[in-house]
Design a protein around this ligand. Structure first.
Ligand SMILES: [Zn+2]
Length: 329
């Protein structure tokens, strides 16, 4: 069974935070945070359709220019989601440059910005053809807690306290439905677009008695198709949790968002002996990150965003996170 997306950290754990989520099929990718993006190739960055920015401290947002410069000449829109006030930050970035060569004949590139504070409440557009003048738009109709809702996956967000709102994100794939070619052959059925409809019906949870049309003459029940020619598995859940103070409310919220994560990417900026420093900087300690991972029931945990003060002891924080996972477990 193949999963829809494959995540990887953009940088090593001591450098800028960021997660690149690549789709296995089709030319598409997502990004969580926009720090230093230099390890990503132009080809990878041009695949990015949506970016989710936790907050606009420089190490999470300084890569905006890098991405913009590459995307400026592509036709597909770039959608960005961030916390309240985010559209002002994007507008300020765009205001820093001279756009006198852009006009109505320019390529139709658009930046779409959503702001989330428990739900998506605002949307703005900045079009290359209008030299990135800010335009208010209708916010998307999304359920509370969601920042994106597509046929194959959705993305949830939760606001954490980092002395400024900081968003954590969780990507949930819907049921994975793969076609088993041999089973299809045995049923004497052709590969074709009709299978997409069948896959959609499974993801929707349609009953087994439901009928799927193969062509004008033939039908099959969903139950038969599932038994003989489809392989179905739960989709994976990925969670991305960065800068947050290590207090109870943040730990609760982050653990709830990351519940059941197959992969949890979580900041752990400070070692436990530096808890006072972590509190001062509003960051998680290693044991707080471990506690979140344990309470979430995360299957695989990748701690990152370590303070450079531990560069000579790269295993210190990962070891403390592991220990905290055991201790609380
Ligand atoms: Zn920060």
């Amino acid at each position: 069974m193949t999963w829809l997306v494959q995540p990887r950290l953009v940088n090593d754990p001591f450098s800028d935070p960021g997660l690149f989520v690549d789709f296995r099929f089709g030319r598409r990718a997502l990004l969580f945070d926009l720090g230093d993006l230099t390890p990503l190739s132009p080809r990878e960055l041009l695949r990015v359709s949506h970016v989710f920015v936790s907050h606009t401290h420089m190490d999470h947002f300084a890569g905006f220019d890098h991405l913009l410069r590459l995307c400026l000449h592509r036709a597909g829109p770039l959608q960005l989601t961030g916390p309240a006030g985010f559209a002002d930050r994007v507008a300020a970035k765009l205001d820093a440059y001279t756009w006198n060569l852009l006009d109505a004949d320019s390529i139709d590139f658009a930046i779409v910005v959503d702001e989330f504070d428990g739900r998506v409440r605002g949307r703005w557009r900045f079009l290359a053809r209008t030299a990135f003048a800010r335009q208010e738009a209708e916010p998307p109709l999304l359920a509370s807690g969601l920042v994106l809702d597509e046929e194959e996956f959705s993305i949830e967000a939760a606001g954490l306290d980092h002395a400024t709102p900081c968003l954590a994100f969780a990507l949930q794939e819907r049921l994975r439905v793969n076609v088993w070619r041999e089973g299809l052959d045995r049923l004497g059925l052709p590969v074709g677009p009709w299978l997409n409809g069948a896959k959609r019906a499974v993801r929707r949870g349609d009953p087994d008695e439901g009928v799927v049309a193969i062509d004008a003459a033939r039908t099959i029940t969903l139950g038969e198709l599932k038994r003989d020619a489809l392989r179905i598995a739960p989709g994976q859940r990925l969670a991305y949790v960065v800068d947050a103070a290590a207090h109870a409310e943040n730990i609760d919220r982050a653990a709830r968002l990351a519940r059941g994560a197959d992969q949890l990417f979580i900041e752990a900026a400070f070692a436990d002996e530096d808890a006072a420093l972590a509190a001062e900087r509003h960051h998680l300690t290693a044991s707080a990150a471990g506690e979140i991972a344990r309470r979430a029931g995360a299957r695989h945990v990748t701690p990152f965003h370590f303070s450079p003060r531990y560069l000579d002891r790269p295993e210190l924080i990962p070891d403390q996170v592991k220990e905290a996972l055991r201790e609380f477990g």
